[in-house]
Design a protein around this ligand. Structure first.
Ligand code: ZN
Length: 145
């Protein structure tokens, strides 16, 4: 399918963004990824972006990064999404594999934590020995894997 480039105003900050009629263009000013679905359903999460359009507008006005909170992140895992994120100068990967386990891998230490379920991950995943839920505010980057 031919994806013709168009220019439109970013739904979050109003900056001009190059995108297509199907979305996908990333705003150079605020980082929002143009998404027609989220434009139509501004409270929808886990589309092109990890947070809803309405939340992104609030975060932008408050100078916050477009990161989901810990509960939203766990909800997305429960729906099968896999992630990569950075925290405390380390990069982590979360992936479902062998049809049974969630793997939580750290690139720098080569350490993998395995979990039988998202609930187990939620309750016991740690970063530097600290429960992930307690250091979620230290997040510096997150995206779908
Ligand atoms: Zn923008």
């Amino acid at each position: 399918m031919m994806k013709k480039k168009i220019e439109k105003k970013c739904d979050v900050c109003g900056n001009i963004v190059k995108t297509t009629e199907y979305g996908g263009g990333k705003c150079k000013k605020c980082g929002w990824i143009d998404d027609p679905h989220q434009r139509e359903y501004p409270d929808c999460t886990n589309c092109g972006n990890l947070i809803s359009l309405n939340k992104a507008k609030i975060f932008w006005s408050e100078g916050k990064k477009f990161f989901p909170d810990y509960g939203e992140f766990i909800d997305m895992m429960k729906r099968g999404f896999e992630f990569e994120f950075k925290m405390r100068n380390k990069t982590y990967n979360i992936a479902f594999y062998d049809d049974k386990h969630w793997g939580f891998y750290c690139y720098e230490t080569d350490e993998t934590q395995l979990f039988e379920s998202v609930n187990a991950f939620d309750e016991t995943a740690t970063v530097d020995g600290v429960p992930l839920r307690d250091c979620w505010q230290d997040l510096t980057y997150i995206d779908y894997d």
